[in-house]
Design a protein around this ligand. Structure first.
Ligand SMILES: [Zn+2]
Length: 329
């Protein structure tokens, strides 16, 4: 069992991590740990989580009254206490504003599930709690239905995210996993869509989760296995096609469908890069010279670009004039 001093140091370490990862700005965010006998350690208010010292950490009772610590406790203590009261197995809570996750919370988007194995196992479905004023009892109560659904990571609408678990490290890791997940969702959507895991593969993940002793309401059949929220803007690029499954051969190995099937991987030589000189063409015009762009062609390049911009402006102007003429004609 860690000493109180060690727990305070751990809170400072996690504070530094959330600050350095950009999960909070300025003095945002707060962290707490349950220490037993109805007492909790929590971060002070008005102090950057990146620069805390163990002596800055406050001690509060079950109602949030400050018992010890050189600085006033976080104003968000009610949110933390709500979690401890509702989930007796939770010993640590971490609240921050990780930008990618907070972007979803600001856009009012629930996170899709059944996409990344680690997210399914360690977090599960991430609910979005309704907005309320930071520091208020109402905000604390906004997460209540989700705590009762055994959520360990919750988005707070127009605010940020809160994560909890048996240890501080686990609670912090949920925030890391969450923000990485949201970032990957945004990137993969840009690449053309998001594909879910097949349901059977998700069930395999939930079995692993069960073996690891991690609760998931989907194991009790209380919740839909894979949420596919409706027609939000974000999910317009959402593919309803699952990823193709691995199909084992008779020998148990899979068919090579990816890089392993490229010619270069079958004993063929690597394709050679294009050895042609870099074409001396800028904005559709040939640049006089030796067929390569070099320092000597810098002026010609600039002139060609300027000409090209002028030409584009002319085309756009013509189109606008044409459009106006057809509307008014
Ligand atoms: Zn906050």
């Amino acid at each position: 069992m860690a000493s109180i001093w060690q727990l305070k140091q751990e809170i400072c370490d996690v504070g530094r991590r959330i600050y350095e990862r950009g999960f909070v700005a300025a003095n945002d965010g707060n962290i707490s740990v349950r220490i037993g006998d109805g007492r909790y350690l929590c971060t002070p208010t008005g102090v950057s989580k990146g620069f805390m010292k163990p002596e800055d950490i406050a001690t509060v009772d079950d109602e949030g009254n400050q018992l010890a610590g050189g600085l006033p406790r976080t104003s968000e203590v009610l949110l933390h206490l709500q979690i401890y009261h509702e989930q007796p197995e939770v010993n640590a809570v971490c609240h921050a504003h990780p930008p990618h996750a907070t972007a979803f919370a600001v856009a009012g988007l629930e996170l899709p599930s059944c996409i990344l194995p680690e997210v399914e196992i360690f977090i599960g479905q991430v609910p979005l709690a309704q907005y309320d004023t930071p520091g208020s009892q109402n905000l604390a109560e906004s997460i209540l239905p989700h705590l009762r659904n055994k959520a360990n990571t919750i988005l707070l609408a127009n605010h940020g995210a809160v994560a909890c678990d048996a240890t501080l490290k686990q609670a912090y890791w949920h925030l890391e996993t969450l923000d990485m997940y949201c970032r990957i969702l945004l990137l993969s959507r840009e690449l053309g869509g998001i594909r879910q895991l097949p349901e059977q593969k998700v069930r395999e993940l939930l079995d692993i989760k069960k073996q690891m002793g991690i609760d998931d309401p989907r194991l009790d059949g209380e919740m839909q296995l894979c949420s596919l929220p409706g027609n939000d803007d974000f999910l317009r690029g959402f593919s309803e096609v699952c990823i193709p499954g691995h199909e084992p051969d008779a020998d148990g190995h899979g068919h090579g469908r990816g890089i392993a099937n490229l010619p270069s991987q079958n004993g063929q030589p690597q394709p050679r890069p294009n050895q042609q000189p870099y074409p001396a063409v800028v904005a559709g015009r040939e640049i006089p010279g030796d067929g390569r762009l070099g320092e000597s062609s810098e002026t010609a390049r600039r002139r060609a670009t300027e000409d090209e911009i002028e030409r584009m402006v002319q085309i756009i102007t013509d189109r606008i004039v044409q459009a106006c003429a057809s509307q008014h004609g």
